[in-house]
Design a protein around this ligand. Structure first.
Ligand SMILES: CC1=C(CCC(=O)O)c2cc3nc(cc4[nH]c(cc5[nH]c(cc1n2)c(C)c5CCC(=O)O)c(CCC(=O)O)c4C)C(CCC(=O)O)=C3C
Ligand SMILES: [Fe+2]
Length: 390
């Protein structure tokens, strides 16, 4: 009998990265914004957010905690799969994580991205970074151009996986218990440009539609748990880019102002767009939005993000097993791993658990999925997809 994690021999915990100290802040921000249309003034403001917290982001510690929690959950289930951690924008970089796994013998890996939703920022940009890192690793080990020494698959976007949803239901219920009164429930996620929202609907529901589905599911479950009706909205934070460029709205601060004017007196903020309490949560919500609420006289509590909550971590391991079963099924049905995956994905031979109204997101992204560069048929190569060159 093959292991339930076969064909995988390592798991890549794949994240954004953040500065470890004040000297890292500017180089980190340059990494994040390379080739992006972010005004210098915005960068200076964001650098201040990091310096406000001593120049270090909480995200790296949170990823170490998640790496440990995943390792323990795998061991608890008797699954032999080392967990390596790599980031797009800071050390440990993706390429170094892959290189270490390769040296340890890994040839086929499964990636879990620390973003639950599909969009350029939360999915394709990670896949582009993965492709570039695999290219570099190929060169390092003496392979020809475009040849990769290992294959990396990715678990599907897990916004509507029961583990992620359940952890959010628990966190929001606890926030309602702590506020101890009727409150408006405001879900918050990262804003993205309208163009990115449009590009996000190739393989399934759009970024905002994914969030609305999760929000409705979580709110309904919380109503049941607390035994009272709950009114909810979705708001956005962390807008950047020039003011002339439209991004998803309303901004959470504007939204708090609007609901205070309607007579709302208390609010629970739920950061469903983020998997841990990193800088966007620590600054944009806990510092800025809670200050806005205080100015408006609103009583406000911020619910936890899923972090290392047990249902979330268990759900991620379930997703790894699901992806492994899909890969084994694809192996059985054809020689080309990516093409075979699409066949398997379309037939959905593996039970894929969901919570909410939307179907499971595709495990293998469609051609051009979430692509942001207009004008070229393929854009930048990305791993884990059916783009023509992969
Ligand atoms: C959808 C989304 C997520 C959620 C999915 C996911 O979690 O991946 C996310 C996460 C994060 N974003 C982060 C940090 C930053 N994001 C920026 C810029 C941008 N984010 C965008 C979107 C998203 N971002 C976008 C459309 C931009 C504009 C430029 C571009 O098109 O890329 C900038 C540049 C300055 C600024 O513009 O604010 C910074 C510093 C950190 C690290 C936090 C820490 O250090 O603790 C994390 C986890
Ligand atoms: Fe971001």
């Amino acid at each position: 009998m093959r292991s339930p994690v076969a064909p995988y021999d390592a798991l890549l915990l794949f994240s954004f990265g953040g500065p470890d100290g004040p000297d890292d802040v500017l180089p980190f921000l340059r990494n994040v914004t390379r080739g992006k249309n972010i005004p210098d003034e915005r960068l200076a403001v964001v650098a201040e957010h990091y310096h406000h917290f001593g120049g270090a982001s909480p995200i790296n510690g949170q990823n170490l905690a998640l790496q440990k929690a995943l390792t323990e959950e795998l061991a608890r289930r008797g699954l032999d799969l080392p967990v390596v951690w790599g980031n797009r924008n800071w050390e440990p970089y993706t390429r170094d994580a892959l290189s270490a796994a390769y040296s340890d013998g890994a040839r086929r890996m499964v990636a879990v991205v620390t973003s639950a939703y599909s969009s350029y920022s939360g999915c394709r940009q990670y896949r582009e970074n993965l492709w570039a890192s695999l290219d570099e690793l190929g060169t390092d080990v003496g392979l020809g151009e475009g040849e990769h020494p290992l294959v990396v698959d990715k678990v599907r976007s897990y916004f509507n996986h029961p583990g992620f949803v359940q952890a959010n239901v628990d966190a929001v219920t606890e926030a309602f218990e702590s506020i101890g009164r009727d409150a408006r429930l405001v879900f918050v996620t990262h804003s993205i440009p309208d163009t990115m929202e449009e590009a996000s609907q190739v393989s399934g529901a759009s970024y905002s539609a994914q969030h609305l589905d999760v929000a409705a599911t979580v709110a309904a479950a919380v109503e049941e748990r607390i035994g009272r009706p709950v009114t909810w909205d979705l708001a956005y934070c962390s807008r950047s880019g020039p003011p002339s460029q439209p991004w998803l709205e309303p901004d959470v601060n504007d939204h708090l102002t609007a609901i205070a004017a309607q007579g709302v007196q208390a609010v629970v903020l739920s950061p469903i767009g983020f998997v841990s309490d990193h800088m966007e949560v620590a600054f944009d919500l806990d510092t800025e939005a809670l200050a806005t609420a205080a100015e408006l006289g609103l009583v406000a509590v911020r619910a936890d993000s899923v972090g290392t909550r047990e249902p979330f971590v268990r759900g991620l391991v379930d997703l790894v097993l699901e992806r492994a079963a899909l890969a084994r099924d694809a192996e059985a049905s054809g020689p080309h791993p990516v093409t075979a995956d699409v066949v398997a994905d379309a037939a959905r031979p593996v039970p894929e658990a969901t919570a909410g109204a939307l179907p499971p997101y595709r495990s293998v992204c469609r051609p051009g999925c979430c692509q942001m560069r207009a004008g070229t048929p393929t854009g930048i190569p990305a791993a884990c997809s059916t783009d023509p060159w992969s």
